[in-house]
Design a protein around this ligand. Structure first.
Ligand SMILES: Cc1cc2nc3c(=O)[nH]c(=O)nc-3n(C[C@H](O)[C@H](O)[C@H](O)COP(=O)(O)OP(=O)(O)OC[C@H]3O[C@@H](n4cnc5c(N)ncnc54)[C@H](O)[C@@H]3O)c2cc1C
Ligand code: FES
Length: 569
């Protein structure tokens, strides 16, 4: 459903394209995923078991929006809708389309390469601007901004005076980076990295073909992806992450449905519920695992001490939802999604010391789940950076300035461990200054101290925030034996548990036996779930070594890009 956003307007006429033989309408600036969702096309691909899948992550990670566009395999959330496209839903096993040509990889060299144009990456580039170093920043999206500063698509007319503060702050930072002299390569996806003598080499695929970028310092700022919340029905079209719904809304002015339940754990769900409400959507309810926040004054005060304005903004959001009569179910967990071909019902239950009690069902046509985040650490892992394990996922061991165990590699922002947008901005800038200092730029000690204070403040706020959002009773697993652990390959928890019960099991054995982790998301969702399951079965804490060995390509690329990498320039 198309909606209106303050300060953002569709600037051009609608245009036609085809999806599975049906006429569809898109507007300039919409992603293909947004145009399809606006037209009510929720199932975009099919699994080997014949189940339909639709937009799930909205950020190029899950691969479930994969479609054929004019014969080429594309992720609908990562490309723009355009007039005349012929789009087909992706079958489970499709013959790969032959590459149109096999271009040679273009070689690019720079002093500092930044991967990721979110708050951390943009802040790093801004900090590097005055140093005279040759800086390249790449991002797989068509526009920089990352998650926090994502902007309306290029075809929207924007009235800066009416934009919300988050849009406005991002717009200013993106403009500063554009004027910084750095080379900004949008639509450029990093899919492998390796040490290259005294440098780092990154393989990427850009709009004009494959690239091999060598850099004296690498700053990885790839952000986080949403943590999975496996439950019966979580693969139904119309069930998507909170971030996916927010991207449809903020970048494409499209709502995921007319009646939407938002559920999970954390403040982003509250923000999305408010944004949907403001766009005129019927918010069926907000289901939050943590107890009602006003029962935890100490955590709220800790947040207010570090950032009073942000804490007040949170209270304002809750008040808005309550005034609008949105059911606010604190201390509840989502336990199932149900529907025929797409989600039609969501079920939640109260969390108690003894487990779940008192189910409540909601009629919906979309369900947004936000259960926290996990860092996208795969490139750092491939480069041999030391890793730890925190809150169910791998994190990068690093200093405040993002410096890792590998001399040439920094990891800034949520891609190394979660800290939120304010911490990402401060750490990105610190990483930029540290990389510059490594390469001989004069150190600015006063600026470093100021950024370290900002980082400490942001971390203090986050610590209070997550104390506020800690569930009073841990949500038990609601996955049944039939629930998918591997969404891509249709592997169930039952199949995995049977293998674990059958004898010594490790991730590699389970992968070979079931194909778990071999699908389009390349294990991004199922690998941490499996690592935690294996560790629990063995009665020990999980660790990064419980994940599969990192293997490029880390994101889907064309055969042409792979062939070009095998024959480096
Ligand atoms: C889905 C989602 C929605 C969020 N919404 C909010 C919100 O509304 N409010 C809030 O306070 N916080 C929000 N957060 C948290 C907040 O956005 C983050 O804390 C902050 O954006 C982190 O900044 P970052 O630069 O580390 O990462 P990001 O902002 O995530 O930026 C990472 C960038 O790296 C790029 N990238 C990733 N992999 C590759 C690759 N292989 N090749 C090239 N580019 C790549 C991505 O396209 C992205 O632009 C959200 C987080 C997520 C994951
Ligand atoms: S929805 Fe497009 S890759 Fe996940």
């Amino acid at each position: 459903m198309r909606v209106a956003l303050p300060g953002v307007a569709r600037s051009g006429d609608g245009f036609g394209f085809r999806f599975d033989g049906r006429d569809c309408v898109g507007f300039p600036g919409e992603s293909l995923a947004a145009a399809l969702v606006a037209g009510g096309h929720m199932a975009l691909s099919t699994t080997a078991r014949g189940d339909g899948r639709g937009v799930f992550c909205g950020m190029g990670v899950c691969g479930e929006c994969t479609v054929r566009v004019d014969g080429q395999t594309r992720r609908a959330c990562m490309m723009a809708a355009a007039p005349g496209l012929v789009v087909e839903a992706m079958p489970a096993r499709a013959e790969p389309a032959p590459p149109a040509a096999l271009p040679a990889a273009q070689a690019l060299a720079c002093d500092v390469l930044v991967i990721g144009g979110g708050p951390a990456g943009l802040a790093a580039v801004q900090a590097l601007a005055a140093t005279g170093l040759d800086v390249v920043v790449i991002d797989e999206r068509s526009r920089p901004g990352g998650q926090y500063f994502k902007q309306p698509g290029a075809g929207f007319a924007v009235d800066p005076a009416r934009l919300d503060a988050q849009f406005g702050e991002g717009r200013a930072l993106i403009a500063a980076v554009a004027a910084s002299g750095a080379r900004v390569l949008a639509g450029t996806l990093a899919w492998a990295a390796e040490a290259a003598g005294d440098q780092v080499a990154v393989h990427a695929q850009g709009p004009d073909g494959p690239l091999r970028i060598t850099a004296r310092r690498l700053i990885i700022a790839m952000g986080a992806a949403e943590r999975p919340w496996p439950m019966p029905g979580w693969t139904l079209p119309g069930v998507m992450t909170t971030g996916a719904a927010q991207t449809l809304l903020r970048s494409g002015a499209v709502a995921p449905g007319r009646r939407v339940l938002v559920a999970g754990n954390g403040p982003l769900n509250i923000q999305l519920a408010c944004e949907l409400l403001a766009a005129g959507i019927d918010v069926a309810g907000l289901v939050e695992q943590a107890p009602w926040p006003f029962t935890r004054p100490a955590a709220a005060l800790a947040m207010a001490r570090h950032d009073a304005a942000l804490a007040l903004a949170g209270i304002g959001q809750l008040a808005r939802l309550a005034r609008a009569g949105v059911p606010l179910l604190f201390g509840h967990a989502l336990i199932a999604a149900q529907g025929d071909g797409r989600v039609q019902r969501a079920v939640a239950a109260r969390l108690t010391a003894g487990g779940l009690a008192g189910e409540r069902a909601f009629a919906v046509d979309a369900l947004c789940i936000g259960a926290g985040f996990q860092p996208q650490a795969e490139l750092a892992r491939a480069l041999g950076c030391a890793l730890g394990w925190h809150d169910g996922a791998a994190v990068v061991v690093r200093d405040d300035d993002g410096r890792t165990s590998q001399r040439h590699v920094f990891v800034a922002g949520d891609g190394g461990g979660l800290g939120g947008a304010r911490a990402a901005l401060a750490q990105g800038a610190l990483a930029g200054l540290a990389a510059a200092a490594d390469l001989g730029a004069a150190a600015d000690a006063a600026r470093v101290r100021q950024l370290q204070r900002q980082l400490a403040t942001a971390r203090g706020f986050q610590a209070g925030l997550w104390r506020l959002f800690a569930p009073a009773h841990a949500a038990p697993s609601v996955a049944t034996a039939q629930t998918m652990i591997c969404r891509c390959e249709g592997v169930t928890f039952g199949a995995v548990d049977a293998l674990i019960a059958d004898g010594p099991a490790d991730a590699g054995r389970i992968k070979r036996a079931t194909r778990l982790g071999m699908g389009r998301c390349q294990g991004r969702y199922c690998a941490p779930l499996l690592a935690n399951r294996l560790a629990a079965a063995a009665g020990r804490p999980a660790a990064a070594d419980d994940l599969y060995a990192p293997r490029p390509p880390f994101k889907p690329i064309s055969i042409a890009a792979l062939a070009a990498a095998a024959d480096p320039p």
